[in-house]
Design a protein around this ligand. Structure first.
Ligand code: PEP
Ligand code: MG
Length: 376
């Protein structure tokens, strides 16, 4: 079966009634990119840039970013490269952030609310953690010599420091480190002649998007290069609530269904119940429909880069809801193309619309199995 699917790589990803679907690849390594292109991907829909740095002892410098990006972007000349900025989070933490997390846990009692764990060597700047809307997150030394981030939490009432959660506030609190990535990225993309799109993970509001835009524009001006399109991942319930505002300012939207599904349904990502099938819950489907509607209203491209895009039961629902660009793991491309080629777009639309009015994931599964050609 695999050989048969691979032999169909030259065929367009188009439904039986002629609706085209763009397939891109999710990648983190040069091997992923090559495998994706071999399997007929149109470009990269999600490049995860934090993976080379999960063992890092300090914030990556521009040079380190450039070393990591060069070989990944090189095979993509002339194609779309959607590069996500560093997405450090609880499930992707390098030692220089993770150690501090441990220290936060240990230090919470010792610090006793005196204004921080007190082991930071940044002269107290890190103490400015208090409450706030996520801005007062971290120290500002930026020195390449410091191997442990002063603070990576947000001070909660009672003095305990909460864990990182999402890493975007952390990045915005470290504009120096963030800027290094933007500069490296623009330089590497220009060198590789790719169609760069920069994508910000875990965005909650337009303030964050504007702050990213300012850093990206500054890097572009520094290199005398045009600023590339800046888009966002939609993976927080707050982003869905604010999707009109975000779609008005983001160049493109990409649904991160892995996080979005967990966030909407209160699941932990490590929970086996949080697999890609869980995206077929009416609450998640309604969120996706709202995002697609906002994208259309603002004429923004919208794609899906979470694992649900490759799930045989969810894929027809996504296509039916109007997601015309899907980005999936290299190994899933052949199957996804075959699945798209077996679907009727009109039927997917009807089923997806009906699914929005259902109450449970079980009802959605039953509906899809009864009406569409999906494997049991
Ligand atoms: C997602 O959350 O759906 C996603 C694609 O990003 P990651 O899995 O890297 O969090
Ligand atoms: Mg995510």
């Amino acid at each position: 079966r695999r050989a048969r699917l691979a032999a169909a790589r030259h065929l367009p990803a188009r439904t039986v009634d002629g609706h085209p679907v763009t397939l891109r690849v999710n990648a983190a390594t040069p091997a992923d990119v090559r495998a994706g292109l071999e399997a007929g991907a149109d470009g990269v829909g999600l490049l995860r840039t934090e993976l080379p740095f999960l063992d890092a002892a300090r914030w990556p410098s521009r040079a380190r970013h450039t070393i990591a990006l060069g070989p990944v972007l090189a095979p993509l000349a002339g194609r779309t490269a959607t590069v996500r900025t560093l997405d450090f989070a609880d499930d992707k933490l390098p030692p220089f952030l993770a150690e501090d997390r441990g220290a936060d846990r240990r230090g919470a009692g010792a610090a006793g609310g005196t204004g921080g764990p007190g082991r930071a060597a940044d002269g107290g700047a890190g103490a400015g953690l208090a409450g706030g809307a996520g801005a007062g997150l971290a120290g500002a030394d930026g020195g390449a010599g410091g191997s442990v981030e002063p603070l990576v939490g947000r001070r909660a009432p009672g003095g305990a420091v909460r864990r990182i959660g999402r890493g975007l506030p952390l990045m915005l609190a470290r504009p120096d480190a963030f800027g290094e990535q933007f500069t490296a990225l623009l330089g590497a993309a220009a060198g590789a002649r790719v169609e760069l799109r920069v994508m910000i993970p875990m965005v909650a509001d337009v303030g964050e998007l504007r702050a990213c835009r300012a850093l990206l524009d500054r890097a572009a001006a520094e290199l005398d290069l045009p600023a590339p399109p800046l888009g966002i991942m939609v993976e927080l319930p707050e982003a869905v609530r604010r999707i009109g505002e975000l779609a008005a300012e983001a160049a493109f939207l990409s649904l991160g269904t892995n996080d979005l599904t967990c966030q909407l349904l209160g699941l932990d990502r490590r929970d086996p119940a949080a697999g890609p099938a869980s995206t077929a819950h009416p609450a998640v489907l309604r969120a996706i429909a709202a995002v697609v509607a906002a994208a259309r209203a603002h004429r923004r491209p919208v794609s899906v880069c979470g694992d649900a895009a490759a799930h045989p039961l969810v894929l027809p629902l996504l296509v039916g809801l109007g997601c015309d660009t899907l980005s999936v793991a290299p190994a899933a491309l052949d199957e996804v193309r075959a699945a798209v080629r077996g679907l009727d777009h009109g039927a997917c639309r009807k089923v997806a619309t009906e699914a929005l009015a259902l109450r449970t994931a079980e009802e959605v599964r039953h509906l899809v199995h009864g009406r569409l050609p999906v494997p049991p």
